[in-house]
Design a protein around this ligand. Sequence first.
Ligand code: SF4
Length: 373
Amino acid sequence: MIAQVKGWCPAAWRPMAAGDGLLVRVRPAFGRLSAAQALGLATAAARFGSGAIDLTRRASLQLRGVAEANWRPLVETLVALDLVDPDPAIDAQAGLTVAPDWQEGDDTHRIAADLHARRSDWPALPAKFGFAVDAGRACRLADTPADLRVERSAEGGLMLRAEGQATGVALARGEEAAAAIDLARWFRDTGGDASRRMARHPVPLPGWARGGVQPARGGPLAAGPHPLGSLYGLPFGRMSAAALGTLVARHAATALRLTPWRLLLVEGAEGMPVPGFGLDPADPLLAADACVGAPACPQASVATRELARRLAPHVADLHVSGCAKGCARSGPAALVLTGRDGRFDLARAARAGDPPAETGLDAATLLARFGAC
Ligand code: SF4
């Protein structure tokens, strides 16, 4: 019987039941898919699922709308494409997010490869626990969810930092992966299962993991040209299998890299427009956030994305959330609309679910209010 579990972090071998069918997560090694893997995944998403593919805030892919009878053939296809580990225990391990602008042989690539090769040494960790490797000149992943970070320090060295700490400890070259795994073991051994996330873990860090080293400043990448190719934005993190196929074919792309910012980095691409993707960092659709909403999410009582799509050109910094959980954005937005009992609560400079300024608004009222009719 398929493990259909609501509220878990989904995996390929442990899909989550959603309102539109099973949801199957795919986490390619180093966040990179060859063109053949991307085309194979697009074909499988259309054949075994609805063809809807989401790019998550942890730079993984989720294939949606998979019927129960199609789940095993889909996973077997993904294993054959080397996109899913054949061992369900390895596939379900903690996440490893890699700064997507790595280059072959640089520190980010070297450390991520070392961590990846040692996966059999990783302790069992809570479902949402994750490592981040972010060792370029500037830290890119500071706002990306992770629990243990191997980063570039402000002084230019390498460092290990536990989530929730502003600073960390310096690392010697070559010891980065081992140190991160040791700290993950410490987390597990000191009751991490109950805390679930490092930032909530009440036990003081061991002395060797405490230090005053500052991470280098940086920030996320933006849509448009990049030294490695072009970054294509996905409105609300969603693309269709057909659009993915077109993106790869139109560029004769060699590979794609996943980012945690709803952007795909197409290696070697020169920025040809492709329907379904945005290349303009000022595109309001790329700036707005909206979760999947109803009917795909059972927790939602409202549809979200069509409303967000229409409001986005009229509202700067918009978040439309199907419920108070706020999956699409954890931080505040200038305007947040939160679904509740089939209508919306409106709040300003707030997170989803924060105390609203207005309640009981329907979509038509909101469209009229912001001039989007
Ligand atoms: S925020 Fe959206 S996707 Fe998340 S649980 Fe609520 S309705 Fe579902």
